[in-house]
Design a protein around this ligand. Structure first.
Ligand code: ZN
Length: 155
């Protein structure tokens, strides 16, 4: 800072200037090297301003980092959900195909007359034969009143 007019400059700027010209760079008043003194208040203010600027920049960086982290989390969640939906679609497709195959197989069996039908028909026939033979036995050997319990269990 100059003692004569109060203008302020950085030390190196003013030293370079005074090496060529003995005036104030701003107002052009005569200035000798001994008219210059350090401006502590301005230095302090500049230091505070620099610290504040650094703080603001760091805050902005931190905010950006948090925002990016949040976006990454959302993206990852979306991708997981998409993958799960695809897996479920795939599972549903497999089940549909399996069901279709079974239905086709049933259809084919029905068309062929069915492999189960003869077996079940045979079973029904033999069941009927047994009932007929029992009935015939009943006709041929009518129960006496004392046999009623035995007949009851036989039928
Ligand atoms: Zn000046």
């Amino acid at each position: 800072m100059t003692k004569t007019c109060g203008h302020s400059f950085s030390k190196s700027t003013l030293e370079d200037w005074l090496a060529h010209k003995q005036t104030c760079p701003t107002c052009n008043r005569p200035l000798r090297p001994e008219d210059v003194m350090p401006n502590y208040k301005l230095r302090e203010a500049i230091a505070k301003y620099d610290a504040f600027t650094k703080y603001v920049q760091e805050q902005a960086k931190e905010k950006e980092r948090v925002e990016q982290e949040r976006r990454a989390k959302i993206k990852s969640k979306k991708e997981k959900l998409k993958k799960r939906l695809e897996e479920e679609d795939e599972a549903k497709k497999r089940l549909d195909e399996e069901l279709k195959k079974k239905q086709e197989e049933d259809e084919r069996k029905r068309a062929e007359g069915g492999q189960d039908a003869p077996v079940s028909k045979h079973f029904a026939d033999s069941e009927l034969d047994l009932r007929i033979s029992r009935f015939e036995h009943y006709l041929n050997n009518p129960p006496s009143p004392t046999d009623s319990i035995i007949v009851g269990t036989a039928c």
